[in-house]
Design a protein around this ligand. Structure first.
Ligand code: FE2
Ligand code: FE2
Length: 159
């Protein structure tokens, strides 16, 4: 099985997604569900390809899938979800077949996905995270602190 498919099929990954879904069931703003993980994985992969960093493709995709895996921990304890993701992601990545070195690069990106000056993967995840948001159809838009910034970003793409 492909390595990223192994992450998706991992029961522990599904359990973490379920915990976040439970914590977000009343949330009207963007959720941090599998759909979001998939959008971020795909968009950050496109950014990696646009940057001609083809060798990073599987690492970036895995980082996208796992970048918000610590959300439920943040809801439960207040620990920042970027940091909380690190011990959760590591065994998932090993079980999927990523090497120690690859795992370190992926985790560095995840931990830095909200840092202004992070690793390359962290930077791509942050951009993909913003681009993944569907502010146009969102019911939380009138009271969302990020909506105007996101809409400006989307307009700036001039697609
Ligand atoms: Fe996040
Ligand atoms: Fe995210």
């Amino acid at each position: 099985m492909h390595r990223v498919r192994k992450i998706i099929a991992d029961a522990q990954y599904q359990d973490y997604l379920a915990r976040t879904a439970e914590a977000e069931k009343e949330r009207i703003y963007c959720k941090h569900d599998y759909q979001h993980a998939l959008y971020v994985a795909r968009i950050s992969c496109l950014i990696a390809l646009e940057s001609r960093r083809f060798e990073l493709k599987p690492l970036v995709y895995a980082a996208g899938l796992l970048h918000d895996i610590g959300r439920w921990v943040e809801y439960a304890t207040g620990e920042d979800h970027c940091q909380a993701a690190s011990p959760l992601a590591e065994p998932l990545l090993f079980r999927a077949g990523f090497s120690r070195e690859e795992t370190d690069v992926i985790i560095e990106g995840i931990v830095q996905h909200r840092s202004p000056q992070g690793s390359k993967i962290g930077e791509w995840l942050a951009r993909a995270d913003d681009l993944s948001r569907d502010c146009y159809g969102c019911q939380g838009r009138p009271s969302c602190y990020k909506a105007q910034q996101m809409l400006r970003l989307h307009r700036s793409l001039e697609l």
